[in-house]
Ligand binder design. Structure first.
Ligand code: ASP
Length: 429
């Protein structure tokens, strides 16, 4: 029933080359931002064009790829095992990430020796806060679970599509494709159309990847240039360097030890080769700071380079791009505990468990867009009764940390696709 798409079966030529050019683009961009920050900031136009081209295809691609994934299973009733495996994988890896973050922040103690309230006063004087914290943010775990559940259901598909809320679109795609599999031959033409649109969109992604080195150069140069031009970068890095180090060490452990171990245990794949195969997606995640915008590249790399079955990739990565955010969860836990330390608030084991659970849920609720994690952090702070003003301490470097956590988010989705592949039914292959 499931023919691999042409783009899925044909190994993309020049993969190593392209990755190399993207890396060259990123290095040149950082150099340009250091040497000529104003010129680099002006490259934003090029970056925005590339980003919009990627974002433009996210909604149609999510719908057709999830549908093709379900159609590939042949019978929606076979979804139970891979579905449970995917959700189990998302939850376990996110919790593991949070635990690593909590351990690291307890060892490094980045907030010790920082006078939180005084720092916040200084930061407010410089008016760094993006806006007031959302007073409607859920305050208890029950409220949070309720609002997360409601994220799955929309009363208006077009509105969700226009606002790029992927979860209700995925729910619709699963149900609709499920109905098509039950209708069988009667809907054969429609099934063909869906598959062809999906294949054509993947070819679109391949075309965009040809532009990637330039697009990524512009994106990175513009953002780093802007940070450098504002003149504060070096000072900020010095002031909260230990906090940044805690987040980066935590992400490093999760991305280079925990996830590779899971990949190896469940699939016996060489994890470090897998990282190489996913490198275009990981570099795009770093450059765009958005799991959703990276999704087309994640799907393409997982299928074409890492050779994970399209059925698994099409099912696991779109859902993962919105709900599986290991990097974000880790960062939220580290940031919350950093704020507690800086304000001299002692969180006992129960307090830290509340942070762990809410950071996991808040990461599930975060959209795959830049700095979404910063917004859902307020949920963690509320639940752990930490001062929301503490967010001011971490605002100035969030754009940079966002890139690293998004990279880990995307890597977690790709590993998930490879792990869940093992649970797919053999029928239909
Ligand atoms: N930017 C992240 C992502 O798209 C979400 C976040 O942590 O802000 O995966």
């Amino acid at each position: 029933m499931s023919e691999p798409s042409p783009s899925a079966s044909a190994p993309s030529k020049g993969h190593g080359h392209l990755t190399l050019w993207i890396v060259v683009g990123i290095v040149l961009a950082v150099v340009a931002a250091l040497v000529a920050p104003d010129f680099s900031s002006a490259l934003k136009l090029g970056g925005d064009i590339f980003l919009n081209l990627l974002k433009m295809i996210v909604v149609p691609l999510v719908v057709t790829s999830v549908m093709s994934g379900i159609l590939g299973l042949g019978d929606v009733r076979k979804l139970g095992k891979p579905g449970a495996a995917a959700v189990g994988y998302y939850l376990v890896t996110t919790l593991l990430a949070v635990i690593v973050g909590i351990l690291v922040v307890n060892v490094i103690q980045p907030g010790a020796g920082i006078d939180g309230p005084a720092e916040v006063a200084r930061a407010s004087a410089e008016e760094k806060m993006h806006g007031p914290a959302d007073p409607n943010a859920p305050k208890t775990i029950g409220e949070l679970l309720r609002s997360l559940t409601m994220l799955l259901f929309t009363d208006n598909l077009l509105k969700s599509a226009a606002e790029v809320q992927l979860l209700p679109l995925i729910v619709f795609a699963i149900l609709f494709a499920g109905i098509l599999t039950i209708r069988g031959q009667k809907s054969g033409a429609l099934v063909d159309v869906i598959r062809q649109v999906n294949d054509a969109l993947m070819d679109f992604v391949l075309l965009l990847m040809k532009l990637a080195p330039v697009g990524i150069f512009c994106l990175v140069a513009a953002r780093f240039g802007q940070a450098n031009a504002s003149g504060h970068l070096a000072d900020e890095l010095r002031a909260i360097g230990k906090y940044m180090a805690s987040v980066l060490i935590g992400l490093g452990i999760h991305g280079l030890v925990t996830l590779p171990l899971i990949l190896w245990l469940f699939t016996k794949r060489n994890p470090y080769r897998f990282i190489g195969q996913m490198s275009k997606a990981l570099l795009t995640a770093f450059s765009t700071a958005s799991s959703s915008a990276t999704l087309p590249v994640t799907i393409e790399s997982a299928i074409d380079e890492a050779k994970v079955s399209p059925k698994s990739v099409e099912f696991v990565t779109p859902l993962g791009a919105t709900i599986n955010m290991d990097g974000t969860a880790l960062y939220e836990a580290v940031a919350a505990l950093f704020i507690a330390q800086a304000f001299g608030i002692h969180l006992d084991l129960t307090g830290q468990i509340v942070v762990a659970i809410t950071a996991t849920l808040a990461a599930i609720g975060a959209a795959g867009i830049p700095e979404a994690g910063l917004v859902t952090m307020i949920i963690v702070l509320n639940a752990a009764k930490l001062p929301p003003e503490g967010m001011m301490l971490i605002l100035s470097v969030d754009w940079l940390l966002d890139r690293f956590r998004t990279t880990i988010n995307v890597f977690g989705d790709s590993v998930g696709a490879a792990v869940v592949e093992r649970t797919l039914p053999a029928a239909g292959d």
